[in-house]
Design a protein around this ligand. Sequence first.
Ligand SMILES: Cc1cc2nc3c(=O)[nH]c(=O)nc-3n(C[C@H](O)[C@H](O)[C@H](O)COP(=O)(O)OP(=O)(O)OC[C@H]3O[C@@H](n4cnc5c(N)ncnc54)[C@H](O)[C@@H]3O)c2cc1C
Length: 355
Amino acid sequence: MKRSEAGALWVPTHFAKNAKWMGRQGRGLREASKIDAGNLMTEIRDTVILGSGCAGLTAAIYTGRAGLKPLVLEGHEPGGQLSITTLVENFPGWPDGIQGPELIQNMKKQAERFGATFQLAHLNRVELGAHPIRLHTSEGEIHTRTLIVASGASARWLGLPSEQALIGHGVSSCATCDGFFFRGKEIAVVGGGDSAMEEALFLTRFASKVTLLHRRESFRASKIMLERAMAHPNIELRTNTVVEEVLGVEEKDVRGLRLRDTINGEVCELAISGLFLGIGHDPNAKMFAGQMDLDEDGYIKSTGNVLTTRNGVVVPGVFACGDVQDRRYRQAITAAGSGCMAALEAEKYLEEHAH
Ligand SMILES: Cc1cc2nc3c(=O)[nH]c(=O)nc-3n(C[C@H](O)[C@H](O)[C@H](O)COP(=O)(O)OP(=O)(O)OC[C@H]3O[C@@H](n4cnc5c(N)ncnc54)[C@H](O)[C@@H]3O)c2cc1C
């Protein structure tokens, strides 16, 4: 430790324990500094990671191992989407599958082992143009040289208590992830857009019958997707129908749905084993609007895999990974992969901008 001329305490952040890493780390070796924000001395961090899902945690493992002492802001859903599911069978390295929360706990432990720290804070506002970058969180202001955005895309749910109670027990928002568990079973998909059609068509690979439930008479889906769904022998479309309750809460397993006809008010039950929501996702990127390029649905438009842009120009020191910038794959492994890329880019950026 040493003191700056002004007398503020300077704390070394890069710490190379292992000589093997000195070459790489040495180039970026700098010291965390403090700035005077009003009367409050605020530490400038090397890297802050927004989100503690698989993308954020992977970025934390990599930046932690690089000696950057990442701070991870956990937000409204610590552990991200995998923390609300049950068995994950497609994450490499777990031949018998692993429970989502356990996988996330393992990643968190791994990140902590390399010096990552976690804070239960929500990012409300950001100043990406400032140097250092300023983050206005529920727990106060944070200053950082690099920001890794891993804030995910939240699936839209119906919001029924019975639906929420059965997520991971027959209710899902991810056909790619969970379709496999419904081989030979009857299931339902909710939605009227292209994602619902895609999910329903995909799920026919496993399910013996898919009932597509839509609250309106007409569909938002493109003509071609709708025609494909209508033509499929194992898909039945039911319009003007809403789900009032998911049955099976006591059994902790979906047993059926209580449905209501929106025209005549009639209520009936549909026996199914699984319910998939195909009503879209909300990328958690609203706080970046105007400071970062977002696509028409609010996903971060990244370039070079994980670089962010504003009006097509790269935003220095700000990287995006995981579902918040991936509307196509939305998988744990792809989120983790891009978390690794974002971490390596942040590390490279800090090395190149060492002073
Ligand atoms: C029910 C379900 C089952 C799934 N099953 C599988 C599966 O079997 N296999 C598979 O590969 N994938 C599965 N997925 C998909 C997988 O969970 C996601 O692809 C993955 O979690 C994306 O990781 P992420 O880190 O990008 O985002 P997320 O996991 O969504 O994490 C986002 C993080 O950002 C934080 N955050 C958001 N906004 C803010 C803010 N303003 N301030 C601070 N923090 C913020 C959140 O609190 C959260 O910690 C499933 C998803 C669901 C919903």
